[in-house]
Design a protein around this ligand. Structure first.
Ligand code: ARG
Length: 463
């Protein structure tokens, strides 16, 4: 990028902008990413100006042709972006004027960069949200495939990271499918507020030209127009909402990642991860490190940081447009890039997870995971729950001393803790018995897990 002709707005200035200031205030190095949407917005604006009689047919034709040349140059990478022209809007407008002359200078009639940039970001973000929703669906499919294979695989469920009760690995994975389904709902909801048209607000107060905002709205596929011109140019709620939704997706993926890291540790040994998702150590030859889930955890902080950056950007900003708002783009762009790369990588990583059911079962057996089942058994035989809890606590203590699991105690041994215990107790003391008994919607019984998977698949089909 190098310097070119004087600034579009330089007429009233008596000395040129300092080099340092030029570099400090320019945004083209990053906002050129909005180029295609900027052109889309400009074409809709030009069509509207023509429709209301402000722009001639010849001018509209010239603008349309000029823009298609510019678009082609941008796509093939031959467009020359000039720092001197500050941002994506003025770079494109200047090039258009070079190509078609005065018609290019008429394009900006009844418009300001303030409503132009707000429109561009919304068009861009709408496009990206749709792509992210698709990627979140792909990740759900990847989790569903693994959950389906392991609808019966016993593992310990944890609370406080201590063995709590038996669950299936499929059930555990389905918790993440639920989180992602809510994430998609949030993105869809955010999209409604993204999909409103600021154009027509001009600098801040509207314009004296007889514009037709509804026409532009329809041309660009927006659902509504922003109702207040001041709000239209200064509102970045939609960017904050989106980043909040994205930070929450990342937070969910960071939890999954943390679990993968734990499960892969030999102390757990529940899974192994495909080599293509791990790295070695430059000093310790034995190492296989779960770098990818660790990075997902780390990148979560980055996206949460973008959310805080945007909230801070808007805090106490007076109406209407302020140059501060130019700082909305890099956090937004990086949020989209980080989230989209993360969704892709996690979806593929889950396909490379090797499950070790024996290790999971061993962990269930070591943690008295069916103690609650024994208590429930006694309650069903008439003992008040608190008494049952106490009897089982004593049984667990005794079994611990014997270095045995509950189901390995004899009927005589178990009988010393309650006279209500008889031979069929062993049905509830096995992990399978425990799983099968949690047979209601949302429960971990394998048939319920399979039903949940089927519902989730239907939800994805319908979307
Ligand atoms: N590059 C600016 C932005 O991203 C465009 C709008 C600038 N408007 C202005 N009056 N300086 O926000």
């Amino acid at each position: 990028m190098h310097d070119a002709s004087p600034k579009t707005w330089s007429g009233r200035f008596s000395e040129p902008v300092a080099e340092l200031v030029k570099r400090y205030t320019a945004s083209v190095s990053f906002d050129k990413r909005l180029a295609e949407f900027d052109i889309q917005g400009s074409l809709a604006h030009a069509q509207m100006l023509n429709k209301v009689g402000v722009l001639s047919d010849d001018d509209l034709t010239a603008i349309t042709n000029g823009m298609s040349k510019i678009l082609a140059a941008i796509r093939e990478g031959s467009f020359e972006w000039l720092l001197d022209l500050e941002d994506v809007h003025m770079n494109i407008e200047k090039r258009l004027t070079d190509l078609i002359g005065d018609a290019g200078k008429r394009l900006h009639t009844g418009r300001s960069r303030n409503d132009q940039v707000a429109t561009d970001i919304r068009l861009w973000l709408r496009h990206e949200i749709d792509a992210l929703i698709h990627l979140a669906g792909e990740l759900q499919r990847s989790l569903l495939d693994l959950a389906e294979k392991h609808a019966d695989t016993v593992m310990p469920g944890f609370t406080h990271l201590q063995v709590a009760q038996p669950i299936t690995f499929g059930h555990h994975l389905m918790a993440y499918v639920e989180m992602l389904a809510r994430d998609v709902e949030r993105l869809q909801d955010t999209r409604k507020r993204v999909n409103r048209l600021p154009l027509g607000a001009a600098a801040l107060a509207g314009t004296s030209y007889p514009i037709d905002r509804e026409f532009v709205m329809r041309q660009l596929g927006f659902d509504a127009v922003c109702e207040n011109s001041l709000d239209a140019v200064s509102d970045r709620d939609f960017a904050i909402e989106f980043t909040a939704a994205a930070a929450l997706v990342m937070t969910h993926l960071s939890r999954l990642s943390e679990e993968l890291v734990l499960w892969m540790n030999p102390r757990f040994g529940f899974i192994d991860m495909a080599d293509r998702y791990c790295t070695g150590s430059s000093i310790m030859p034995q190492k296989k490190n779960p770098d990818v889930p660790e990075l997902v955890r780390g990148k979560t902080g980055r996206v949460t940081g973008h959310l805080v950056a945007l909230l801070t950007l808007m805090k106490a900003q007076p109406l209407a447009y302020n140059k501060d708002n130019q700082e909305d783009k890099e956090p937004l762009f990086d949020t989209v890039d980080t989230l989209s790369a993360t969704l892709r990588v996690v979806a593929d990583m889950m396909r490379g997870v090797v499950v070790k059911p024996e290790a999971m079962r061993r962990a269930v057996k070591q943690g008295y995971a069916t103690a609650t089942d024994l208590a429930d058994y006694l309650v069903k035989k008439g003992l008040p729950f608190r008494d049952a809890h106490e009897a089982v606590a004593l049984a667990v203590r005794y079994a611990g001393e014997q270095r045995k699991d509950l189901e390995d105690l004899s009927l005589v041994e178990l009988g010393t803790f309650s006279p209500l215990i008889s031979a069929e107790v062993f049905e509830v003391l096995t992990p399978e018995g425990s799983l099968a008994s949690r047979n209601h919607i949302g429960g971990t019984a394998p048939n319920q897990v399979r039903a949940a998977i089927a519902r989730a698949r239907n939800r994805l089909e319908e979307a």
